[in-house]
Design a protein around this ligand. Structure first.
Ligand code: NAI
Ligand code: MG
Length: 392
């Protein structure tokens, strides 16, 4: 039997992940689940939000199902560290970013596909004063390990860094800025990683019959890094004559997706730009309660909803958060390991619950989040799971 590493993490990750496992079991997917420690608690107690024992579990079993973690800025993190560990050189680092980098989970896929009947779907006013509801079917491929989120940055950069940068004429503009008053981030894009993410995007488009792949960058300004992405895309495109290659600028893309989102199929971008467009598209299909993702490397793959730990709802009992993003992430896991039939069965059941519209979480009812949402007719997290199970 297959073993899945279950990584609930923090906050509502601990709520939605067990619900996903309950659904997987009800759908007949047989697996062992082993628990992996990850998140804030382990930073505070051990100075490491991603303990080595968790990396070992993933190394062994290859597949992780992840809830969400809480991250806090550097200074806030240092304050919550066990005093016994203070001043020992521990620095907080986001464990999900750590996971992606450790296992080179460089291919991030974030499908944003509308469910019929979802009251949160994007609508557009038509010329006659009515409205239309274009169905969105966009799948974002985000380079997951490098680019602007690669983490190579400095405040008060060391002298060598400054000297290296000063070999570039544009640094003249910063000549008189003292290093202590300067922060630097880098955007490193490699040919190899660009090739892998763009190739994955085209392969996906081919497999699932999408008519276009859009590279979403900013090559007119970021001439080198975005330039490389666009160049590699043009090379790869030659092997896919049946698919159109479009390129758009990230800023313009954010505008276009609010005007004609149905025109886009597969999109591909660097780490930060991919993060931005995938949130943009997620907003059109219902937001964080619906946004799922996969982080895939050559050996290990981790599946997670894109939402965070939503600390303000963590303690609510019963819980009100929407587990569908987590369920859809579990379906991505099933697709990845070849359990496509079970995945389709679950997706169909989710679609049926949404279309019927009898059971809705607070976000689907456009209510303010809080305990009172239940009295106002919202279902609990567990009731949503029950409704989906009933439709299997
Ligand atoms: P968040 O995604 O946790 O929550 C933002 C808001 O979205 C919530 O307050 C809630 O109104 C709504 N929301 C989120 N998930 C929902 C769900 N399943 N159903 C219904 N509504 C939902 O983002 P926030 O508040 O910016 O961050 C909270 C913590 O989560 C931070 O510590 C942050 O660093 C972390 N985070 C972790 C991520 C991860 O684990 N991959 C991703 C994003 C944030
Ligand atoms: Mg994001």
């Amino acid at each position: 039997m297959r073993t899945i590493v279950s990584l609930p993490g923090d906050g509502i990750g601990k709520t939605v992940l067990p619900e996903a496992i309950r659904l997987l079991e009800a759908a007949g997917f047989e697996a062992n689940y082993v628990h992996g420690d990850i998140g804030w608690e382990f930073w505070c107690k051990e100075g490491n939000a991603l303990p080595k024992r968790t990396l070992d579990l993933l190394e062994k079993h290859k597949i992780g199902l992840f809830g969400a973690i809480t991250s806090k800025p550097k200074d806030a993190a240092a304050k919550e560290l066990d005093p016994a560990l203070a001043d020992k050189g521990y620095v907080y680092f986001s464990p999900i970013v750590g996971l992606r980098q450790h296992f080179n989970l460089d291919i991030c896929t974030r499908p944003c596909i509308s469910f019929k009947g979802n009251p949160l779907n994007f609508i557009r006013r038509s010329a006659d004063g009515g409205f239309e509801e274009p169905m969105v079917n966009a799948v974002i491929f985000r380079q997951n390990t490098e680019g602007l989120y690669g983490g190579i940055e400095w405040t008060n950069p060391p002298q060598q860094v400054r000297e290296a940068l000063e070999t570039h004429p544009k640094m003249k503009a910063f000549k008189n800025v003292p290093s202590e008053e300067m922060a630097i981030s880098t955007r490193i894009v490699t040919r190899k990683a660009s090739y892998r993410i763009i190739k994955a995007a085209f392969e996906y488009a081919k497999k699932f019959g999408y008519k276009s792949v859009t590279v979403c960058e900013k090559p007119n300004v970021l001439r080198e890094t975005s330039g490389m992405m666009v160049k590699v895309a043009k090379e790869i495109h030659k092997d896919y004559p049946g698919i159109q290659l479009w390129d758009t600028n990230i800023d313009a893309q954010m505008m276009w997706l609010t005007k004609n989102p149905e025109d886009y199929g597969v999109l591909v971008a660097e780490n930060m730009f991919g993060d931005i467009i995938s949130d943009g598209f997620a907003g059109l299909i219902g937001g964080l309660g619906f946004a799922c993702s996969a982080n895939v490397g050559d050996e290990v793959a981790v599946f997670e909803p894109t939402h965070g730990s939503a600390p303000k709802y963590e303690k609510l009992n019963p819980s009100i958060v929407n587990p569908i993003a987590m369920f859809m992430s579990a379906c991505m896991m099933l697709d990845h390991i070849g359990e496509v039939e079970t995945s389709n069965k679950i997706k169909k059941a989710i679609a049926a619950v949404i279309e019927e519209g009898k059971v809705r979480t607070y976000d689907m009812m456009k209510l303010r989040g809080g305990a009172e949402a239940i009295e106002q007719g919202a279902c609990t997290t567990q009731q949503m799971t029950d409704a989906v199970i009933a439709k299997l």
